[in-house]
Design a protein around this ligand. Structure first.
Ligand SMILES: *Cc1c(COP(=O)(O)O)cnc(C)c1O
Length: 401
């Protein structure tokens, strides 16, 4: 990355630039191939439908699902909402207890909390100081009326990987004790294309994914919905033309869907090598940052996404820090959504960080364009800025550390 006048982009957990191959794959469908895939009476519709179905098959195969198990959405936010509200509504008679985790993305936490206001019973599980969910804590929360457990695969702020396969197994193991197996949803927006995702091996019933975190276009994602063992019922949240087998009405967007499939294909083709490259860059960045005193890594270094670091710089406010580095590097203090709010990150406070330390944190999101030279620049710039801010206000460190 890096235009002469643009800072280095280091916020790849917020979004990623479009891969040139993805743009190229999408262009015909923005142009002459403009048909509505639901039009069954002419070649415009057939061409669009064929492109959508080829893309659906490619994305389904990438997660070891059947094409009919994918519902295209506008992104992971909508997929999470459809999974959580759609299951809650469809299984109302079986139970009203929902379980999720304090460090989830707002797009999972907020739908669950909304359902809590409507009369569902909600358990928000704590995480351990390293960001990981304790499986015993989860096991203890399960009840005979638990219908859904939602746990993200990879955290968007601190990168930690929750033990999804173990949770899937635990829910199966607990089925006889509580009388049924609660459905298991995972928000895999940050995991897709970075770690292997196999819905069978993971034992998930619903999984949210999105294109724009993997160099695809913004505004498209999908929800995987298991159709066998068990066949998941889902109450649609958008009613209308009955697209997506009545699970999500609205005209499909062929260019974005084609771009999504291309992005998945590219990410999987380079996954192992690229993750190893990013891990080395990330570890080098941590080495540079670690020359500072009083810094804390947020979240376990293992198991964690290879492209993420999140650290607290005691005594330094993250907004001052961001201001100090912004000509050199584009960073954020946490999720793009919560940086618009002034509250400290709910993920960092869930780890037990004080609000002050949570407000003294930066997220580093490396990506496909990040080079070793950029890592040196980013690291040195942050180290210098932290040092000068601490020098300017030395009492902050002793009072806030
Ligand atoms: C980005 C992200 C979302 C939201 O996805 P959109 O496609 O932008 O709606 C949800 N969950 C996680 C973990 C994310 O990183």
């Amino acid at each position: 990355m890096g235009h002469a006048s643009q800072p280095i982009y280091c916020d790849h957990q917020a979004t990623t630039p479009l891969a040139p191959e993805v743009l190229e794959a999408m262009l015909p469908y923005f142009g002459e191939q403009f048909g509505n895939p639901s039009s069954q009476t002419h070649v415009y519709g057939w061409t669009a439908a064929a492109a959508v179905e080829t893309a659906r098959e490619a994305i389904a195969t990438a997660i070891n699902a059947e094409p009919t198990e994918l519902v295209f959405t506008s992104g992971a936010t909508e997929a999470n909402n459809l999974a959580i509200k759609g299951v809650a509504e469809a299984y109302l008679q079986q139970g009203r207890h929902l379980v999720t985790v304090a460090s989830e993305h707002r797009a999972a936490l907020d739908p669950v909390q909304y359902l809590g206001q409507l009369g569902f019973e909600v358990t928000i599980l704590p995480v351990q100081p390293n960001g990981l969910l304790n499986l015993e804590t989860l096991a203890e929360s399960l009840r005979s009326d638990t219908i859904l457990v939602s746990v993200m695969a990879a955290n968007n702020e601190i990168g930690v990987l929750q033990p999804i396969a173990d949770i899937g197994q635990l829910l199966r193991d607990k089925a006889s004790a509580i009388g049924h197996k609660p459905l298991f949803h995972t928000d895999a927006a940050q995991a897709l294309g970075k770690i292997p995702l196999d819905v069978e091996a993971l034992g998930v019933d619903l999984m949210s994914i999105t294109a724009h975190k993997i160099y695809g276009p913004k505004g498209v994602g999908a929800l995987y919905v298991r159709r066998r063992d068990p066949r998941v019922k889902l109450a649609p949240q958008l009613h209308g033309g009955g697209q997506e087998r009545d699970r999500r009405s609205g005209t499909l967007n062929p260019p974005l869907i084609v771009g999504f499939a291309k992005a998945v294909e590219l990410a999987l083709a380079q996954m192992a090598a690229e993750q190893e490259r990013l891990r080395q860059l990330r570890d080098r960045l941590w080495e540079i940052l670690s020359t500072l005193d009083n810094i804390t890594l947020n979240g376990a270094l293992e198991p964690r996404l290879a492209d993420n670091l999140n650290a607290s710089f005691a005594g330094v406010n993250s907004s001052a820090l961001l201001l100090g580095v912004r000509e050199v590097v584009a960073l954020s203090s946490g999720s793009a959504c919560s940086s618009a709010r002034s509250a400290p990150s709910h993920v960092l406070t869930a780890l037990g960080r004080s609000p002050e330390l949570a407000r003294a944190s930066l997220r580093f999101g490396l990506g496909r364009g990040t080079t070793p030279a950029e890592i040196e620049q980013i690291g040195n710039c942050v180290v210098d800025t932290v040092r000068s801010l601490r020098q300017a206000n030395p009492t902050a460190l002793s009072s806030k550390a």
